[in-house]
Design a protein around this ligand. Structure first.
Ligand code: ZN
Length: 274
C-alpha cells in the first residue's frame, strides 16, 4: 500500500464523532426488542443519551468513559451503570473498605464528566448472568433511555465481563419489548458498542475509531480519581489507556482515539445503491 493509498485508508476509517451519531436512511424498522441500529436519534444527528454498562466501576470509566465523555461534550446525557463496585480488586484493602472507595471514585468521576453514576448491588466476581440481573439492567435502560449503550465484548477471561455482556444483550431485548411490563415503558436502544479492554481482547476487532481528543484530558482526570488507576492493583491502567489512545489515534489520524466494536448485525447495510 503506497503512502497516498494508506492515507485514504486512514481517512476512510476516520468516522470520528459521526460514529456516535444516528445515521439517517438505509435502515429498516427494528424487530421488537432489538436495537434500531442507527435509525433514530436526536434531530441534530447526535445521540441524546449514552450509557456505559460495566461489570466493575473502573471498567465503565477506563474502557468506556472516553466515548461517554465525548457524547456529553457534544451535548448528550451520560450515565455510568456498574453492576458491581469492583470491591475485591485490591490485594491490600479489604472489600468492605475498597467498595465504598470505588463508589466514591465513580460518583466523583461521573460528576467531573457531567454524567450520572448508577449501581447495581452484585458482588464483585459473582455477577450472575441471569434474568434477574437482565431485568435490573432493563429497568435502568428504561429509566435513563440511552440511545447508545457501550459495554464489554463477550470474549473476556473475566467471568464478570462475560456475564455483563450477556446481561446487557438480554436487557436491551427486554427493554425494547412493549409487551414486557415493568415500571417504566419500553425503550429501544439505537446502537450498541463494545469497548476495547485488555481483559476482553480475544476476538475484539475494532470497526469504529472515535476522535476523543477534545475530552482526553478531562477523561484522564476522571479516571485518576480511582485508586487503581496508577497501578496499585498490579496493572498500569493509566499507561495502558494513554498508549492505547495514542495507538488508536495513529490508526485513525486523530491525536487520541478510542476504538469500538459493533455487533455484526449493526454493520449490515440495507442499500439500494453502493
Ligand atoms: Zn472489570
Amino acid at each position: 500500500m503506497d503512502h497516498s493509498t494508506r492515507r485514504n485508508f486512514l481517512k476512510d476509517f476516520s468516522f470520528g464523532a459521526a460514529a456516535l451519531s444516528a445515521a439517517p436512511g438505509e435502515q429498516t424498522k427494528p424487530m421488537p426488542g432489538r436495537p434500531a441500529f442507527g435509525e433514530a436519534g436526536s434531530e441534530t444527528g447526535k445521540p441524546s443519551s449514552i450509557m456505559a454498562i460495566a461489570a466493575h466501576a473502573g471498567d465503565g470509566f477506563f474502557a468506556m468513559g472516553a466515548p461517554v465523555a465525548l457524547a456529553i461534550h457534544q451535548g448528550s446525557q451520560g450515565t455510568f451503570l456498574s453492576l458491581s463496585l469492583g470491591e475485591k480488586g485490591s490485594a491490600t484493602i479489604p472489600p468492605e473498605r475498597y467498595g465504598p472507595m470505588q463508589r466514591e471514585a465513580s460518583e466523583r468521576a461521573a460528576r467531573l464528566l457531567g454524567a450520572a453514576a448508577a449501581f447495581l448491588p452484585y458482588s464483585d466476581g459473582e455477577i450472575p448472568a441471569n434474568d434477574e440481573a437482565a431485568f435490573a439492567v432493563c429497568d435502568a435502560i428504561r429509566k435513563y433511555k440511552p440511545d447508545i449503550v457501550v459495554t464489554h465484548w463477550r470474549e473476556s477471561w473475566h467471568k464478570d465481563h462475560r456475564a455483563c455482556y450477556k446481561i446487557v444483550d438480554d436487557a436491551i431485548f427486554y427493554a425494547g419489548l412493549p409487551a414486557i411490563a415493568r415500571k417504566a415503558p419500553a425503550h429501544t436502544v439505537q446502537k450498541l458498542f463494545f469497548a476495547e479492554n485488555w481483559e476482553d481482547a480475544q476476538g475484539f476487532a475494532a470497526d469504529t475509531y472515535l476522535d476523543i481528543t477534545p475530552v482526553f484530558d478531562r477523561w484522564f482526570e476522571a479516571c485518576a480519581l480511582f485508586p487503581m488507576w496508577r497501578g496499585e492493583t498490579g496493572f498500569r491502567y493509566n499507561d495502558y489507556y494513554h498508549s492505547l489512545a495514542v495507538a488508536r489515534g495513529c490508526l485513525s489520524n486523530f491525536k487520541y482515539a478510542a476504538s469500538l466494536m459493533s455487533p455484526s448485525e449493526q454493520l449490515v447495510r440495507h442499500a439500494r445503491v453502493l
